[in-house]
Design a protein around this ligand. Structure first.
Ligand SMILES: *Cc1c(COP(=O)(O)O)cnc(C)c1O
Length: 236
């Protein structure tokens, strides 16, 4: 038997249950770290999800969303969601994937936060894009804490230069983001990112995914980015 309509990856019931579970885990991690739960924001990562799942997520009360491709984010959130965005107070869309310079103008218009600033060329493109659009999203710098060649993010040794070029172009930075290497314990990477954020006096730390968000909270994460813990394993 073949089915032509693809079933949504998750049901309303599944999502509400997953969200309750995640919120309990966040609360426990906060308690253990002596932090209040309000200091941690849950970013729901909706990459690869069908539109039905996005509707369910809004219905479940989620308001902060992460996408890692500009084009997919447009398909998910531009146009048909303008009304929902207006209705959903506190709605925030965050870019958590690599940004090509030729997508900057669209990204500047669509996103409230861009977490993946990682090179001087992108800083120039963002400054120009912000001028044109008359608005600038909040910016986070992605740090490649594991110095992995295939991964986005500025090397720790180049962070200072990047912060200076952001400053020169008048672009304020709110925080740092990292994705630790998959085959290493994440704690030391989170600790390093937290240390760097203190050095530059930055309030926001985006770190921790489904597999390691409790550790990230222990090390001071203010934003955790969860996909599979909420919506189940991605098929692509
Ligand atoms: C996909 C993605 C996530 C979510 O990953 P899960 O392991 O499914 O929680 C978080 N951050 C980034 C940058 C991602 O690309």
């Amino acid at each position: 038997m073949t089915s032509l309509t693809k079933a949504p990856a998750t049901s309303s019931h599944d999502l509400i249950e997953a969200l309750a579970r995640v919120q309990k885990d966040i609360a426990r991690a906060c308690r253990r770290a002596g932090r209040s739960q309000e200091t941690v924001t849950l970013t729901a990562v909706t990459k690869t999800q069908p539109l039905q799942v996005i509707t369910l997520a809004l219905e479940a009360g989620l308001r902060t969303f992460g996408e890692n491709r500009v084009q997919e984010a447009q398909a998910h959130w531009a146009g048909q969601w303008e009304d929902q965005k207006a209705l959903a107070s506190g709605f925030q869309l965050r870019l958590i994937g690599p940004l090509q310079t030729n997508k900057v103008d669209e990204a500047v218009r669509l996103f409230d936060v861009i977490e993946t600033v990682d090179r001087p060329r992108l800083v120039d493109a963002l400054a120009n894009g912000a001028d044109k659009a008359g608005r600038c999203p909040q910016l986070l710098v992605q740090v490649n804490t594991g110095a992995e060649p295939q991964k986005g993010g500025v090397l720790v040794s180049d962070l200072d230069d990047l912060m200076q070029s952001l400053h020169r172009r008048g672009l304020p930075v709110r925080g740092l983001m990292c994705i630790p290497p998959v085959d290493e314990a994440p704690g030391p990477h989170f600790a390093l990112l937290a240390k760097l954020a203190r050095r530059y006096d930055l309030p926001e730390l985006s770190m921790g995914m489904s597999a390691d968000f409790e550790t990230a909270i222990r090390f001071g994460a203010t934003h955790i980015r969860l996909g599979s813990a909420l919506f189940g394993a991605r098929s692509v």
